[in-house]
Design a binder for this molecule. Structure first.
Ligand code: BGC
Length: 249
């Protein structure tokens, strides 16, 4: 089955049609910059433009960078607060004129791709996916089952919201080299492992687009793998969520 996977990010809204059994992108990846301010109306309209550009009229799965329950937005850390309370599934279904839309958290979407088809496949214990981009997202899977909406990127760490210390905008503002940043991120992972004792970390998002730059840097006792679907994991997992008719409650 094929569906359109859409990844709503802080800087870009990206989409591609995905063959859900393999995770393969069957079209090129389309990208439109995230509107500023990213109000509910502007975000819905941008996804609509993407869908029109792609000429798509089948099911859509969408990764959203905040807490999602039953297709309704509950938080908007890096987007406009007007999104909170919006039934994004219904709004997109209507705007895009498609039969079905599933919306789940963006890191959960990336994790779904990795657990079903990628770096976390066949890992039986606790897998924690951590994505780094405009925000820090996390996805937790116990024996392959998603524990949705974990927001461990916002855990208090060194007196701060971890995301404000370690996500991409913070790395740039603090003029940290990739290496310096990775050393600090390693300490954050160690903190997470002391609290959750995962069996595997899977790292993804734009911050880990080039995993070769991080080889040998992480010193956690927990094994670390990089997302097999790289920065497309969110698109692939969102498409799978649509194919499975996934709804988070
Ligand atoms: C949001 C998460 C999201 C992450 C990555 C955080 O600011 O609270 O829900 O997964 O950013 O986009």
């Amino acid at each position: 089955m094929q569906s359109l996977g859409v990844d709503i990010g802080g800087s870009g809204i990206k989409g591609a049609v995905v063959e859900c059994s393999s995770g393969e992108l069957v079209t090129e990846r389309f990208r439109i910059p995230t509107p500023q301010p990213a109000t509910a109306e502007a975000v819905v309209d941008t996804v609509r433009q993407l869908v029109v550009q792609m000429g798509w009229n089948g099911p859509i799965g969408c990764g959203y960078p905040g807490v999602m329950k039953g297709n309704v937005v509950h938080t908007a850390a890096n987007l406009d607060n007007s999104l909170i309370g919006v039934d994004l599934g219904a709004a997109l279904r209507e705007a895009c004129n498609v039969p079905a839309v599933a919306v789940i958290n963006d890191a959960d979407a990336a994790g779904v791709a990795e657990i079903r088809l990628g770096a976390g496949k066949d890992v039986n214990g606790l897998v924690m996916m951590v994505t780094v981009g405009t925000g820090i997202g996390t996805a937790l899977f116990n024996r392959g089952i998603l524990v949705p909406n974990s927001e461990i990127g916002h855990i208090r760490y060194r007196g701060e919201d971890a995301e404000l210390l370690l996500a991409e905008p913070a790395r740039k503002d603090r003029h940290l080299s990739r290496k310096r940043w990775a050393e600090q991120f390693d300490r954050y992972l160690k903190y997470l492992e002391s609290l959750f004792w995962p069996d595997l970390f899977v790292l993804g998002g734009g911050g880990f687009k080039k995993p070769e730059k991080f080889e040998g840097i992480f010193t956690t006792r927990t094994p670390v793998k990089f997302a097999q679907f790289r920065n497309q994991a969110g698109i692939v997992g969102a498409a799978i969520a649509a194919a499975e008719g996934m709804e988070i409650h």
